[in-house]
Design a protein around this ligand. Structure first.
Ligand SMILES: *Cc1c(COP(=O)(O)O)cnc(C)c1O
Length: 352
């Protein structure tokens, strides 16, 4: 608190990222980072960019990266927006498209940053409960009087994916507002809505380099949508910060997008490790939701999530515990690391 704080600052309820304790070296299975190195080609491109050109501003329009993304996803360059992490893309989209005086619809259990942005912009959340099996029910998104809809697919922290047909139901039921589909985890096994962008002028698909492309450290996210929606985001971005992507990030992200073979390789490794982890956790009596992501959402019928979380932490393994959240307080979200890290997790759980 400071006497210089405005009422606005005092009213905020900021996002709390997963803990990054520095007291010892942990096996980090709590923030859904990739356990693998970024593409060697991306590393090379970034190293090459560390030179005297850094005295110059980066390309404010990120043309090289947009071109690569557009080519990869079969869109036009003006259908691509780039931001400093998908969190920034989301922040701009919420400001531009959802702060319209009506509530914004999203699931009761989903990425907790949405509520923070809503608070920042004075948007009232209209929470649509997941059903008893933690699924998004598309028909619950009909007849809403809202400024927009956000759907996370696959959802976090549940890990469950929604079929594309259900995304279309939601798009068709909400033709007059923007439907934002956050696909942070889509590369780990869900159907992307990118292919629907030319069909639905109200669709904004948001993705990130942080999870499947192992580049959380350079902060690059992007959105695909109708050229008019993208132009709106550009107007906002250029009214706030013209250069959110630095030269090094731009070089690394462009090379990473072009290295599709590497993306496929590390996603396949993560999926294989996920499947082995699911089997091992099932054998230990854990119940897991089916995951289309790089994490699993697990509960145990007789052991408390808090006890498991604390015991793992003591054994040097961090997982995400949601003790303060309704409905999911007995669940743990466990990021899929390397085979070796998951073996260490399973051994630690066996001692409980
Ligand atoms: C990790 C995550 C993001 C943020 O990703 P960044 O690009 O690192 O900002 C956005 N949405 C969801 C659902 C996420 O899990």
């Amino acid at each position: 608190m400071s006497r210089f704080w405005t009422d606005k600052i005092a009213s905020l309820d900021p996002y709390v990222p997963g803990e990054q304790p520095q007291d010892k070296k942990y096996i980090k299975l709590n923030t859904n980072e990739s356990p693998y190195s970024p593409s060697p080609k991306a590393l090379q491109a970034m190293a090459a960019e560390v030179n005297e050109s850094l005295r110059l501003y980066p390309d404010p329009n990120c043309v090289s990266l947009k071109k690569s993304l557009a080519q990869q996803y079969q869109l036009e360059t003006n259908q691509v927006f780039v931001g400093n992490g998908s969190d920034e893309v989301l922040a701009l989209a919420f400001m531009g498209y959802f702060a319209a005086g009506k509530p914004l619809a999203f699931a009761d259990i989903t990425y907790s940053f949405y509520k923070v942005y809503a608070g920042l912009y004075g948007i009232e959340p209209k929470l649509i409960p997941l059903n008893d099996t933690f699924d998004i029910v598309a028909r619950d998104y009909q007849d809403l009087d809202v400024s927009g809809v956000v759907v996370t697919n696959p959802n976090a922290p549940t890990g469950k994916a929604l079929p594309l047909a259900d995304i279309e139901v939601i798009l068709q039921a909400n033709p007059d507002v923007v439907v934002l589909v956050d696909e942070a985890y889509v590369d780990f096994g869900a159907q992307s809505a990118v292919g629907l962008v030319n069909q639905y002028p109200n669709l904004l698909v948001v993705q990130t380099m942080s999870k499947s492309r192992a580049l959380a450290g350079i902060r690059v996210g992007y959105a695909f949508g109708h050229a008019d929606l993208i132009e709106g985001l550009e107007r906002l971005k250029n009214s706030f910060n013209s250069y959110p992507i630095d030269r090094i990030a731009l070089a690394g992200a462009t090379a990473a997008v072009e290295d599709t073979a590497y993306l496929q390789e590390i996603c396949e490794k993560t999926i294989a490790t996920r499947e082995f982890t699911v089997k091992a956790l099932n054998r230990l009596g854990y119940e897991l939701l089916p995951s289309a992501t790089n994490f699993v959402f697990a509960t145990h019928p007789s052991k408390s999530a808090e006890q498991i979380y604390l015991s793992l932490k003591e054994q040097g393994i961090l997982v995400r515990y949601f003790g303060n959240k309704p409905r999911i307080g007995e669940y743990l979200r466990i990021t899929i690391g390397t085979d070796k890290e998951m073996q260490a997790l399973i051994s630690a759980l066996q001692t409980l």
